[in-house]
Design a protein around this ligand. Structure first.
Ligand code: FES
Length: 172
């Protein structure tokens, strides 16, 4: 279980410009319905790639879900992000098979090459890198996934090559 305490009013992205009109369709779809907290948050994340602080105020006001409940759910489930992410997500598997096959070296090599820490986004906004549990393709361990593409049987060096080549291919 992931426990994270957030001071709502102190969230860094609270000052960020977010086009809240994009939430109209979500509010329309879910208003006056019960048990909708998770689907609402999933829909919002689908739009922005994360859950902007400002969206919580509007969602609470329009759907009647308490802000504390929205934050409670958003911080409980690992699927939800409270910070903006890069254009492409690199998931480094740290499940058992990948761990045994050197997942730590893969993470270290990628993070060093990109000059960020785990969970952070590169300064150009291209990559966010995060450690995750089993990606479901253990026979290819150690594995990383970039967006929906899986890369396996990696070493630290080949993992870095993969992220460099992927960036060259998708940098437009
Ligand atoms: S442990 Fe990495 S894919 Fe299963």
């Amino acid at each position: 279980m992931r426990i994270q305490r957030i001071a709502i009013e102190n969230r860094e992205d609270n000052l960020e410009e977010v086009d809240l009109s994009q939430l109209d369709s979500v509010i329309e779809k879910f208003k006056n319905k019960k048990g909708i907290t998770i689907p609402v948050l999933q829909a919002v994340q689908q739009i922005y790639g994360y859950l902007p602080a400002k969206a919580f105020d509007l969602l609470s006001e329009k759907t009647g879900i308490k802000k504390s409940e929205l934050y409670g759910v958003a911080t409980f489930y690992a699927q939800f992000r409270l910070k903006p992410v890069g254009k492409h997500i690199v998931k480094v598997c740290h499940g058992t098979a990948c761990h045994v096959q050197g997942a730590n070296i893969i993470s270290e090599s990628i993070l060093e090459a990109l000059k960020i820490a785990d969970g952070e986004t590169t300064t150009d906004g291209f990559y966010t890198v995060e450690s995750v549990a089993c990606l479901g393709c253990c026979s290819l361990a150690p594995v990383i996934m970039i967006d929906d593409e899986v890369f396996g049987k990696l070493s630290g060096k080949t993992a870095v090559n993969v992220i460099k080549e992927y960036q060259l291919k998708h940098n437009n």
